[in-house]
Design a binder for this molecule. Structure first.
Ligand SMILES: [Zn+2]
Length: 214
């Protein structure tokens, strides 16, 4: 069997980038990609420092959550798999405990689309999934449901999940979400952030998906 070395290296690099850009601390958070043949997911192992993960340690998991090779996967493996099963367009998932993402997640409130880039990159506002204990099937279910067809979701009292067509895409979305939620927190402190109109959100999302850079 092919050992998916490129995917493993890609996830390791993204994990280090996530740590160095302050999107997570310690071993919190986790990242995964779906392999090109769509048979497996490569995910960061449970409780290993991002700086110390080697390709051999990376967990290769099949779509029924069986470990094929590597160390024990992150406890959120079921959440990642749930997203892949529900979203054909998603091939990378990043879960962070970044500061503004966690701050808003602690309120258990949905975030309206208050910035243009939220409309363009996320596809609108960001919902907060109902609470579930870390690693539980309930958390995975709530996350998939609240994510729906968007590119980001918050996990109540926990953190955030961003998805993308590839790892680069998911990483960009993770950054945009964190910065947008920082602005949202500051706007809330100043007064009432104003949500964009639905038609403007739709226009910007469509422009971004179909015309931007073309
Ligand atoms: Zn977490």
């Amino acid at each position: 069997m092919c050992n998916y070395i490129e995917e493993k290296k890609m996830v390791i690099e993204a994990g280090k980038k996530m740590l160095n850009s302050g999107l997570t601390v310690g071993t919190w958070g986790n990242l995964s990609v779906r392999t090109k043949d769509k048979k497996y997911m490569v995910i960061t192992p449970s409780g290993v420092d991002y700086e110390k993960i080697t390709p051999e340690m990376m967990s290769l998991v099949d779509m029924d959550e069986n470990l094929v090779s590597g160390k024990k996967p992150s406890i959120e493996a079921g959440l990642h798999l749930g997203i892949y099963k529900n979203r054909e367009d998603v091939n990378a998932v990043i879960h962070t405990h970044s500061i503004y993402t966690c701050t808003v997640a602690a309120t258990r409130e949905d975030v309206p689309p208050v910035l243009d880039e939220m409309a363009q990159i996320v596809g609108g506002g960001i919902k907060t999934a109902k609470y579930g204990l870390p690693g539980s099937p309930e958390l995975a279910r709530n996350c998939v449901e609240a994510l729906d067809d968007r590119m980001a979701v918050l996990l109540a009292n926990h953190g955030g999940v961003c998805v993308g067509k590839d790892l680069q895409d998911a990483f960009k979305i993770t950054n945009v979400v964190e910065v947008s939620l920082k602005s949202y927190c500051l706007a809330k402190a100043m007064g009432n952030p104003v949500a964009l109109d639905d038609k403007d959100v739709d226009f910007m999302r469509d422009f971004f998906l179909n015309k931007y850079g073309k």
